[in-house]
Ligand binder design. Structure first.
Ligand SMILES: C[S@@+](CC[C@H](N)C(=O)[O-])C[C@H]1O[C@@H](n2cnc3c(N)ncnc32)[C@H](O)[C@@H]1O
Length: 354
């Protein structure tokens, strides 16, 4: 990661980058990569590093945090930071002066406590275990290390493909773009509550819905600690889940749940085109006996005691599952015997929880 960031995605960057390339490969009309909650852009940098085959034409980053945007805009212009030691006095004067600058962000994030901008009453507050150097000498070592790393990334930042905007996610729109969203997590990040809440999350889902209008040809991948969407017309498919270690420098640290979703527009468009591909993507583990589901099955084969039947039905109750054959009862009258338990193998279609 360019600089430490308290909710940074360094642990998952490689995993997410792989997902991005898989999606881009499956959808060759995708031209750009975007990260509207860039933070320190850990994932985006990984994506740029992995783009050996020049898949993307543009990398579009943005964030609302001016202490981040000032840094990336300077890096884009070829700026590199100074690395002189930071005394306690300098640290305090940085904290007093509220005006952001690239140099201040470089110092503030590199030496701040736990990846927080100018976090802690002294620089390198979480480096108390370093006995070999004074704190002031240590600040210089850290800044030099980070500068070297940033210098290595300069070709990416200076490239004409790299764009950085200070913009709210709600004011953005894209076309032919794969969009990776890493919003603050309402459920877990107590700090985020100041800048993010349930209302904003709802607004984000409406924004994503707009990005996913079929004519825009976008793909949305989203990180969160749980499934939060309740927006009609959007389906949120979990594609990854893990308990990831963060903040082990804290006393009571614990693993954090990380989930990655692909968001799909389900209004007005068939999302499942592949024959026989349906069960693979439904995530069998998510399907619960007794739970009600809405099914839009465009083609299926159902076996009854009386013979077989083809057609479409909706609103079924799942009684048990086993591999590719599920047992349903249904309220539809389309079946020869309503509510009769049947064995259905779905050839093509989509299954969603009610
Ligand atoms: C979880 S962090 C992203 C971390 C990033 N993936 C990384 O690896 O560094 C969420 C980011 O969303 C930004 N943010 C909060 N509200 C926003 C909004 N309305 N529009 C755009 N960005 C926003 C915050 O400033 C923060 O940088």
């Amino acid at each position: 990661m360019p600089l430490p960031y308290h909710a940074g995605k360094s642990k998952l960057a490689k995993t997410i980058s792989k997902m991005v390339y898989k999606k881009a490969e499956e959808n060759p009309s995708i031209k750009n990569y975007a990260e509207p909650f860039s933070g320190m852009a850990r994932v985006g940098i990984q994506v740029m590093e992995d783009d050996k085959n020049k898949v993307f034409k543009k990398y579009i980053f943005s964030d609302v945090n001016p202490t981040i945007t000032v840094l990336f805009k300077a890096l884009k212009k070829g700026w590199l930071p100074k690395t002189g030691a930071i005394t306690q006095k300098k640290w305090e004067s940085y904290k007093k002066n509220k005006k952001p600058s690239a140099q201040k962000s470089f110092v503030g994030y590199t030496l701040g406590f736990g990846g927080q901008y100018l976090g802690g009453s002294k620089p390198c507050a979480n480096k108390h275990s370093v006995k070999t150097h004074s704190v002031t000498d240590w600040t210089e070592i850290m800044l030099k290390r980070k500068k070297k790393y940033l210098k290595g990334l300069q070709p990416y930042f200076k490239s004409s493909k790299f764009m950085y905007k200070e913009k709210s996610v709600f004011d953005l729109d894209y076309k032919d773009t794969i969009i990776y969203c890493d919003p603050p997590y309402v459920a877990t990040a107590f700090r985020a509550k100041k800048i993010w809440d349930k209302e904003k999350e709802k607004k984000l889902w409406d924004t994503i819905k707009k990005w996913l209008e079929p004519s825009k040809n976008n793909i949305v991948i989203l990180s969160n600690s749980k499934r939060t969407n309740k927006t009609k017309g959007l389906r949120v498919k979990k594609i990854y889940e893990d308990d990831v270690e963060y903040g082990s420098w804290k006393k009571n640290w614990k693993k954090r749940k990380e989930m990655i979703f692909e968001v799909v527009n389900t209004s007005g468009r068939k999302t499942r085109k592949k024959r026989g591909g349906v069960f693979k993507d439904i995530a069998l583990n998510d399907i619960k006996v007794g739970q009600r589901y809405t099914v839009t099955i465009t083609s299926y084969h159902a076996l009854f005691p009386t013979g077989s039947f083809r057609g479409t039905f909706e609103r079924i109750r799942l009684h048990s599952n086993g591999g590719r054959h599920f047992h349903f009862s249904t309220t539809t009258t389309e079946l020869p015997r309503p509510n009769a338990p049947v064995s259905v193998s779905i050839v093509e279609g989509e299954l969603q929880k009610v």
